[in-house]
Write a protein that binds this ligand. Structure first.
Ligand SMILES: [Fe+2]
Ligand SMILES: [Fe+2]
Length: 352
């Protein structure tokens, strides 16, 4: 027979105080577990290249690349309590490799991308192939692919690292493996994969079963040509101008299963329509100057600055020049949200 509880028969304070020892908590006293909408702890934030370049070069005098393994200044979002993350799901960092240095071979489950900021002629070796790096190139080091870097040029190389690290660590799915060799064995000519897949043509004899792009380098010259060709046509979206996705030529989808990469141009004086989406993004200014209004904050940016747009933050972009095009590279966790059915997007009122 059911026993009907008698209201007041149990001392509430003593009840709550006694629950901890059973490792349980009352759901009805747990705020924020089911928010009305996402409330990212990450802040809209811009990292200034001019300041950070100086710090990065100072790091070059403090430690060498071999000893550091990766000489990187991580971009730490001030809203995320010291977490090594630029947005809740995305890691970003600035890496320096000086002439003659080698950053030793390793692999990890987390996927990575590099976007070259400065320098010419250093390499990232990935899956037996060197990608020779030039400013504006995108280089992929996917999930569990061996990679190492070396700078045989006579100037410093600086690039932006982007990873899905916070996501993969929160899934507790990361692994790391260090090679006994500092540089991996090369099995294909330099830049081979980018020559195998050339836009609309695909090699018939190659097989590929990985969930990421078989192309490890997306050269700037090609990207720039595509942007220039489109800029003349006046096409583009209200919220993003000309926004192009780097694709996996095998699927037409994003280059990595967890990270999408984009390049975008904003025509002179352009102020985009505002919107928001559950996906977050890290932007890098390839060229130009302007501002993005993110979550009500105006982030002024100029060439080589990097800024964070947290998930569900309303944002709009402004090209601050009436004469020159502004070009933004970005990477995003959108592929994950889309694949799992959590991508939501809506237009919004402009904040300015
Ligand atoms: Fe790595
Ligand atoms: Fe957006």
């Amino acid at each position: 027979m059911a026993v009907k509880p008698v209201p007041g028969a149990v001392d509430a304070q003593a009840f709550y105080a006694g629950l901890d020892r059973f490792n349980v908590r009352p759901l009805w006293r747990q705020p924020g577990l089911l928010p009305d909408e996402p409330q990212s702890k990450a802040s809209p934030h811009v990292w200034r290249y001019q300041e950070l370049r100086e710090q990065l070069l100072r790091a070059g005098a403090v430690i060498d690349a071999e000893e550091a393994e990766r000489r990187v200044l991580m971009l730490v979002n001030p809203g995320l309590d010291g977490l090594a993350a630029a947005t809740a799901n995305l890691y970003a960092g600035l890496q320096l490799v000086l002439p003659g240095e080698v950053a030793p071979a390793h692999r990890h489950a987390a996927s990575a991308l590099r976007f070259v900021i400065e320098g010419s002629g250093a390499y990232t070796a990935v899956n037996g192939e060197r990608q020779i790096m030039e400013p504006g190139d995108l280089v992929l080091t996917p999930n569990w692919a061996w990679h190492d870097h070396g700078n045989e040029s006579d100037g410093p190389m600086i690039w932006l690292d982007g990873l899905d690290l916070p996501m993969i660590n929160s899934l507790e799915a990361n692994f790391f493996d260090r090679s006994s060799e500092s540089s991996q064995e090369l099995t294909r000519p330099d830049n081979a994969s980018r020559h195998l897949y050339t836009g609309r043509l695909s090699p018939t004899w190659e097989t590929w079963s990985e969930p990421y792009s078989p192309v490890f380098g997306y050269p700037w010259a090609e990207t720039e040509r595509a942007l220039d060709d489109l800029a003349a046509t006046g096409v583009g979206s209200a919220t993003d101008g000309v926004l192009l996705e780097y694709i996996n030529p095998r699927t037409g989808g994003p280059v990595l299963p967890t990270l999408g990469c984009r390049i975008q141009s904003l025509s002179p004086g352009r102020h985009t329509a505002a919107h928001r989406h559950t996906a977050s993004a890290v932007y890098h200014v390839v060229r130009g100057r302007g501002a993005s209004v993110v979550g009500g904050e105006t982030l002024e940016w100029r060439q080589h600055d990097t800024f964070a747009v947290p998930g569900w933050a309303v944002h709009e972009h402004v090209n601050g020049s009436d004469d020159d095009v502004a070009v933004l590279f970005s990477f995003t966790d959108e592929p994950v949200l889309r694949a799992l059915g959590y991508l939501r997007e809506e237009t919004a009122e402009r904040q300015t």
